[in-house]
Design a protein around this ligand. Structure first.
Ligand SMILES: NC(=O)c1ccc[n+]([C@@H]2O[C@H](COP(=O)([O-])OP(=O)(O)OC[C@H]3O[C@@H](n4cnc5c(N)ncnc54)[C@H](OP(=O)(O)O)[C@@H]3O)[C@@H](O)[C@H]2O)c1
Length: 330
């Protein structure tokens, strides 16, 4: 088993290393690639240290599995070429997610779509975290409408975005003014209701990704979804406030029992004891926290509200990618 990680110095790539260790994914060879800027440097990880190789198509050849953790334009340029000399490519970018010929996979939900494919797309972080607890509700009660507002951590913008939150927060506390480079506005002590580019319909691309990807993963394009995606000044773990209209009346006991037994989901729903999902508890954890579960007073018997929080570098990226690999080589 020969594995390569491309983009190992990034927010996702580093976590792929950690997840390979945590999930005990077996390998004989594990090679780490990044840009020429990082070539020759060493990366420390729970699996030991690795000397970073400069990526090229010639060098990145002969692997059973490649984790691509770079960018959409990088994947557009190289992913299919990599399939010529490697067996599987799991792509973390958004480049192939909406391609009918490429499966978009959350193993707990739709691993069957991989079939004979060798290029597999890993979903958007917000969608992955949302889909995991919603799928059992969808199966039990059907879903007509999903209205979701997100509170997305800076890590969703990559390592540079997390660095900017740290550096500009310090600057703000010392100088009473924060700058910005990665974000279009200062992020410390602020929130920005715009992630990715605006679309002609007024939604951002990040918001439309939730629509396109949830429908593709659930294999149901009849579910109506409206999302508002907001960047908030946390380091990692996205939170999402969700309002659902189901096709069939909600049975709250069943909801609790489903969410309490869904793999990858942890119920954190004890408001009297101040327990609910939060980035501070979800960060670094594989499971998506679900709480604030209640019937909503808009859709009546068919209405359910939830608040969820999940580490989007884990289930929203690296962990899901390594779980796909586990299923491929089971
Ligand atoms: N962050 C998230 O929460 C998240 C979630 C889901 C999906 N994704 C997707 O995952 C991908 C990686 O995101 P990220 O947040 O990890 O980004 P990131 O922190 O900016 O890291 C980018 C990585 O790509 C490498 N790279 C850049 N140009 C390269 C080249 N020419 N050849 C080889 N490597 C190159 C960088 O290496 P150097 O250090 O050498 O420049 C770095 O390792 C993106 O497509 C993103 O949309 C991210």
């Amino acid at each position: 088993m020969k594995i390569a990680i491309c983009g190992v110095t990034g927010a996702v790539g580093k976590e792929v290393l950690r997840c390979i260790k945590d999930l005990s994914l077996q390998y004989d060879t594990l090679d780490c690639y990044a840009s020429a800027n990082s070539a020759g440097k060493t990366i420390e990880s729970p699996l030991g240290h690795f000397v970073i190789r400069p990526f090229s198509l010639d060098a990145c050849s002969g692997y059973d599995l490649i984790f691509l953790c770079v960018s959409g334009s990088f994947s557009a340029r190289y992913a299919e070429k990599l399939l010529l000399n490697n067996r599987y490519v799991i792509d973390n970018s958004s480049n192939f997610r909406y391609d009918d010929q490429v499966p978009l996979v959350i193993p707990e939900i739709n691993f069957h779509t991989v079939k004979n494919h060798r290029l597999i797309a890993n979903p958007n972080c917000t969608t992955a975290i949302l889909s995991l607890p919603l799928y059992p509700i969808y199966q039990a009660f059907g879903l007509k409408r999903i209205i979701v507002s997100t509170y997305q951590a800076t890590s969703g913008g990559g390592q540079a975005a997390m660095d900017e939150l740290r550096e500009e927060s310090l600057r703000f506390l010392q100088e009473d003014a924060a700058g910005h480079h990665h974000f279009v506005h200062p992020i410390p002590f602020n929130l920005i209701p715009a992630i990715d580019t605006f679309q002609p319909n007024g939604y951002t691309r990040e918001e439309m990704k939730v629509v396109w990807e949830t429908q593709k993963i659930f294999e149901d394009d009849q579910i109506k979804i409206s999302a508002t995606a907001v960047r908030v000044p946390t380091f990692r773990a996205h939170a999402e406030s969700i309002t659902l209209e189901t096709a069939h009346p909600i049975d709250m006991n069943k909801v609790y029992s489903l969410l309490g037994t869904t793999p990858g989901v942890t119920l954190v729903d004890d408001p009297e004891n101040h327990l609910y999902p939060m980035p501070i508890t979800a960060s670094g954890n594989a499971n998506v926290e679900v709480g604030r579960i209640r019937k909503n007073n808009v859709f009546g018997e068919n209405g359910l509200d939830l608040f969820i929080c999940g580490d989007q570098l884990l289930k929203g990226a690296a962990l899901n990618a390594v779980q796909i690999a586990q299923h491929l080589f089971k």
